[in-house]
Design a protein around this ligand. Structure first.
Ligand code: HEM
Length: 441
């Protein structure tokens, strides 16, 4: 680093205050950078080295990482809210009011939790879009795609169950509209709805069920699925256009090897060998995969150390996401309507925005088709996609059909959502949002 900024940094690093806090200078040797990864439990989520292409925003849009950051924010703010919230229909609404007015930073934390949840739904969907466009669901990543679809369902379930917790009119009726759809599932619909609600109507049992599912069941599911998801990303490598990410045994170089700053690479095998043997003054420390998950050869010359290159970018993204949700939390208040009242149905009564596309479909088709078949077929299609699309190529020019179908479905979904969220008013009649806005979020 040169120039005024570089000189200022050098001066700062010489001050006794700085040296009393940061005792060892940041490593600038390959060995030191690799040791950063070896010596940090969280950096073990990453390989030691990554293809240079991964530093570009285009490579992943950072959407998987952004989803993870949003989850972390939701987890921390959610735990804070739990201290002040009781899942009882006689208490919940009052607790929400107290969180807004009496609890320290309560309103801000609640706002951040709410806007963060909406952003997470968007980020996860964008992550899915990126993964699809890059054909990253194809071999060998079919299994991880399925794990991803389950994570998407968990994210939606998080938002949906959380929606009920404030126990206001918005919560009560959005969940009523949503859970009524379950009724249309053939044969088991009624039982399924009763199981979900803990009875025939939304009441105390529903609130407790949604709360337990929201804070415990989905959290356990999320952590388990994420562990498998990230493990598969490490094992399969990332489906980058330019070069695959170093995979499992491939990128592993033992601490011992780094101590000698030398590793002898034997090509042709993917298995790491534990046995070492002397060879012309050097030792064979292991073997590396010469092919990545995509079948492209790895090019060590085009790789960079994860620390600091990728980590720095991830830190910037994490800070930007945190700043964005904080700014949204300060600028916009999360809604809290009147206390839930089963006797008074608001008009319009809208499902949460990510389900409002289905509600719009309901206005045109039979509930069995719009409420059950369409979403069921969509989720089913996502789950079996890697086995239905047998075309091995990930290049867009070889996948025109798959891309056309994908854009068509995504486009229809977005249009239906926008119509339902913005252009529908009382009696589900058509309104212009700039004349009267009935957006429920
Ligand atoms: C809570 C939701 C999710 C989180 C936190 C998450 C996180 C991540 C992260 C951190 C990565 C590494 C690369 C990147 O940032 O893109 C990744 C990769 C991947 N994710 Fe997700 N993910 C989620 C949901 C999904 C969904 C909905 C799908 C698809 C249905 C999916 C499929 C994949 C696949 C196939 C990869 C490997 C991509 C490649 O090789 O380029 N994930 N995910």
């Amino acid at each position: 680093m040169t120039g005024a900024f570089g000189r200022m940094k050098a001066w700062l690093q010489r001050t006794s205050l700085y040296r009393s806090i940061v005792r060892t200078p940041p490593p600038d040797s390959p060995r030191g950078r690799a040791m950063k990864s070896f010596g940090n439990v969280f950096l073990h989520l990453y390989p030691v080295r990554v293809p240079r292409a991964l530093l570009r925003f285009r490579s992943t849009w950072r959407m998987g990482f952004i989803s993870s950051v949003l989850f972390a924010i939701l987890f921390v703010t959610g735990v804070y809210l739990m201290f002040f919230y009781t899942p009882a229909i006689t208490m919940a609404y009052g607790d929400m009011q107290r969180i807004r007015t009496e609890v320290g930073f309560g309103q801000l934390i609640r706002n951040v939790h709410r806007w963060g949840a909406h952003l997470m739904v968007i980020a996860v969907v964008l992550h899915l879009v990126r993964v699809f466009l890059d054909g990253a669901y194809k071999a060998p990543r079919q299994f991880n795609w399925v794990i991803g679809v389950l994570l998407l369902l968990v994210t939606l379930a998080y938002s949906f169950t959380g929606y009920l917790l404030p126990w206001d009119q918005l919560a009560y009726w959005a969940v009523t509209v949503g859970s009524d759809l379950v009724d249309y599932v053939p044969v088991v619909g009624g039982d399924l709805r009763a199981f979900l609600l803990g009875g025939n109507v939304i009441g105390q049992a529903t609130l407790l069920r949604f709360y337990v599912i929201h804070v415990a069941v989905l959290t356990i599911a999320f952590f388990l699925l994420m562990a498998v998801h990230l493990w598969r990303v490490r094992k399969d490598g990332l489906a980058l256009a330019e070069a695959p990410m170093a995979r499992g045994a491939g990128e592993r170089v033992s601490g011992d090897a780094m101590a000698q700053d030398e590793a002898v690479v034997v090509e042709g095998s993917r298995a790491a060998v534990l046995e070492t043997e002397p060879r012309e003054g050097a030792r064979v420390l292991g073997t590396v995969a010469t092919k990545g998950g995509t079948g492209n050869p790895r090019d060590p010359a085009d790789e960079v150390f994860t620390w600091p290159h990728l980590i720095l970018r991830h830190q910037v993204v994490a800070l930007a996401v945190t700043a964005l949700v904080l700014a949204m939390g300060i600028a916009f208040e999360a809604p809290l309507r009147e206390l839930a009242n089963p006797e008074v149905t608001p008009d319009p009564s809208k499902a949460p925005w990510y389900f409002v596309g289905i509600q719009e479909l309901l206005a045109h088709f039979d509930p069995l088709v719009a409420g059950v078949l369409v979403p069921g077929v969509l989720v089913g299609a996502l789950l079996v996609l890697p086995w239905v699309d047998r075309n091995p190529s990930r290049r867009p020019e070889d996948r025109r059909m798959a891309l056309a179908v994908f854009w068509l479905i995504l486009g229809a979904f977005v249009i239906l959502t926008v119509i339902g969220a913005l252009f529908r008013g009382p009696g589900w009649g058509f309104v212009l949002p700039w004349v009267e806005l009935h957006l429920e979020i």
